[in-house]
Design a protein around this ligand. Structure first.
Ligand SMILES: NC(=O)c1ccc[n+]([C@@H]2O[C@H](COP(=O)([O-])OP(=O)(O)OC[C@H]3O[C@@H](n4cnc5c(N)ncnc54)[C@H](O)[C@@H]3O)[C@@H](O)[C@H]2O)c1
Length: 440
């Protein structure tokens, strides 16, 4: 099938590469000329496991191409996906200017009957706005559909190739058939394609992210309580997760959720709820807990080293908002590093993949370490933000030997507290007792 994807970011690029892999002729368009130039040269602008191989192979075999000529790309596709960004506007609602700008362009370049699909995360009613914008520019018949994307950065290829489910909001047989054919190769093992009306599809995406964000905020609040009452969040997590009604997934406390989706999508859902007269108090609480949690690592550093960090050296392991991505959007590392710098600390950072992106945020205000152990050198504390595999079983002797004070503040509960005490560390984590003596 001839497929066009507009917007070649995380979602557009992964969708384009995966749809080319199943034999479609895919054209990916983006307004960013540097991004398109890099993609054409086989240089993938984001880190996503497996993506580079997929893009290179499909490009060299002629099923995948990249262009800045969005109009020509639109003319190519029988199915045109809109996968541009939907950043938060000033009031927190999703900013639809890119989506509707693309819809206008689709109308202008409508050269045959097409199916226009919103893949960007967009509020209820957006597909209708897209329909109106396209209709304003063409008399040719066309169809619209909503196909929200559920991929996780860091596991995006797997998620697209083997989705838990595919959600298709349709109001025509043509849309149902075209999208059914396109997704058939990805659901051969029986995972469901869920056809529904368009508003339900649009809302499903927000409901999924809001539910996941709620679980994280819930666990972070329980972790806070654990620390105060002398309970252990790991035991509590096991205790509730083994209840099949709750399940084990997504019950890990941490330094607060970040990334390009949860923060903006919860905010946008708050706006939608308010707009339609629903009091969004639960969602607001999820956000408030998260905002507080994003200060938790800085608070723990200050509790240990004092409010002024002048003359203190702090190592930071992990900058990306989660492992297996270089995405820094809304990462809890940002308030941590900014807070450390504002309090006068010298900061040494390491991340296996996100340092190039993070350099744009912190510049030369921090020291960039290509080796994690160098970040521990002379440090009064080592703070772990991201759960990269490479941090899971480090050489603790080397860490201990390099640090001025053997204090680890672990935002991901990577290590066993009893073991850390035995190794001579002062160890602080999330929702578990502080262990190892502080210097008097
Ligand atoms: N990143 C994720 O994990 C994820 C997962 C599911 C859904 N989503 C949703 O998918 C959408 C895209 O997210 P993303 O992370 O891929 O964003 P992104 O910022 O990585 O990519 C968006 C791309 O669109 C391009 N663009 C903007 N305006 C354009 C235009 N008028 N014409 C052509 N290209 C244009 C930008 O240059 C950019 O390359 C958002 O709505 C997001 O909420 C993201």
């Amino acid at each position: 099938m001839r497929v066009t994807i507009i917007g070649s970011g995380y979602v557009g690029l992964v969708a384009g590469a995966c749809l080319a892999e199943t034999g479609n002729e895919v054209v990916c368009a983006d307004v960013s000329a540097p991004k398109v130039a890099r993609l054409r040269a086989g240089d993938i602008p984001i880190y996503e496991p497996g993506l580079a191989e997929l893009v290179t192979r499909n490009q060299s075999e002629g099923r995948l191409s990249f262009t800045t000529d969005v109009g020509a790309a639109i003319e190519h596709g029988k199915v045109v996906f809109i996968a541009v960004g939907t950043p938060p506007g000033e009031d927190g609602s999703a900013d639809l200017q890119h989506v509707l700008g693309v819809a206008d362009l689709i109308g202008r370049h409508m050269n045959e009957t097409k199916l226009v699909v919103t893949k960007s995360t967009v509020p209820v009613g957006t597909a209708e706005k897209v329909r109106t914008a396209v209709r304003a520019r063409t008399d040719l018949p066309f169809f619209v559909a909503s196909n929200p994307e559920f991929l996780k950065e860091g596991a995006a290829i797997d998620d697209f190739m083997k989705p838990d489910r595919v959600v298709l909001g349709v109001d025509s047989d043509e849309a149902r058939e075209l999208l059914g054919d396109l997704y058939a190769p990805f659901v051969r093992t029986g995972n469901p394609v869920l056809y529904m009306d368009i508003p339900s599809a649009e809302l499903t995406k927000y409901a999924a992210n809001a539910m996941l964000a709620s679980r994280i905020s819930f666990m972070n609040q329980m972790a806070d309580l654990c620390e105060r009452v002398g309970a252990d969040i790991t035991s509590v997590r096991r205790g509730i997760g083994s209840d099949r009604r709750i399940g084990q997934a997504f019950l890990f406390p941490g330094p607060g959720y970040g990334g390009s989706c949860f923060p903006k999508d919860v905010q946008a859902l708050v706006r939608t709820a308010g707009e339609f007269g629903v009091v969004p108090d639960l969602l607001e609480a999820v956000e408030a807990v998260n905002a507080r949690q994003k200060q938790v690592l800085l608070r723990k550093v200050v509790e240990e080293l004092g409010p002024s960090l002048a003359g203190r050296e702090v190592g930071v392991w992990g900058l990306a908002f989660k492992a297996e991505t270089d995405d820094m959007r809304e990462s809890p590392a940002i308030p941590l590093v900014e807070g450390l710098l504002a309090a006068g600390a010298t900061v040494r950072v390491h991340d296996p993949k996100a340092m190039e992106v993070a350099r744009g945020l912190f510049g030369e205000r921090v020291s960039w370490m290509s080796d994690p152990y160098e970040a521990c050198h002379g440090a009064d504390a080592l703070v772990i933000v991201t759960e990269w595999l490479v941090y899971r079983t480090p050489d603790f002797g080397r860490i201990r030997g390099a640090m001025r004070r053997p204090l680890i503040i672990d935002g991901r509960n990577l290590y066993d507290p009893a073991r850390m005490v035995a190794l001579g560390f002062e160890y602080r984590s999330i929702g578990r007792a502080a262990v190892g003596a502080s210097p008097s």
